[in-house]
Design a protein around this ligand. Structure first.
Ligand code: AR6
Length: 173
């Protein structure tokens, strides 16, 4: 199966996805926040925050893994994307690293199915088209090195996000 066939586009709320691992767009404290982070903690229940407290935070571009508690997934992979500061402060590299680190962790626990939100494109302000391009390139490269990951689902919570990915995926097919 080609790498492109292992990437799926979906709409909806990532907390509902029955995959092995969902990725959380967290902040470096790993102690919760708004956006998808808030939704994941709310749906997972207080056990998630308790486990996150033991991790001691996570720098931007890295990832940490926990259980998923009341969520239908098995694991939550918490990654920290860059805060957009105009694009010349290493934001592209940090975003790529967040996707790459998340998939390396997913592979390390033998997750076969992984779902991502669009990291950094909400509260952190990363432009959606630029983020979608970096995300797709990084996921394709990572899938080539992690054959045990069968499917990555890109979960879009809004139309702009969906359109950005759909345009790029059309170009790829
Ligand atoms: N399912 C899927 N995607 C979602 C959901 C959901 N339930 N809710 C929001 N999104 P954001 P960031 C989308 O702001 O930009 C938090 O406070 C949203 O539409 O959640 O990385 C953290 O603690 C957008 O496309 O994350 C950090 O402080 C995408 O998820 C900060 O926000 C990411 O938006 C991280 O900011």
């Amino acid at each position: 199966m080609s790498v492109n066939d292992r990437i799926q586009l979906a709409r909806g709320d990532i907390t509902r996805f029955e995959v092995d691992a969902i990725v959380n767009a967290a902040n470096s404290t790993l102690l919760g926040g708004g956006g998808v982070d808030g939704a994941i903690h709310l749906a997972a229940g207080p056990g998630l925050l308790e486990e996150c407290r033991t991790l001691g935070g996570c720098p931007p571009g890295e990832a940490r893994i926990t259980g998923a508690y009341a969520l239908p997934a098995t694991w939550v992979i918490h990654t920290v994307g860059p805060i957009w500061r105009g694009g010349t402060n290493g934001e592209d590299q940090t975003l790529a690293s967040a996707y790459r680190s998340s998939l390396a962790l997913a592979a390390s626990v033998e997750a076969r199915t992984v779902a991502f939100p669009s990291i950094s494109t909400g509260i952190y302000g990363f432009p959606i088209d630029r983020a979608a391009s970096i995300s797709l390139t990084t996921i394709r490269n990572s899938l080539a090195t992690h054959p045990t990951i069968e499917t990555v689902t890109l979960v879009c919570f809004n139309d702009a996000n969906h359109t950005a990915y759909a345009t790029l995926l059309d170009k790829a097919s």
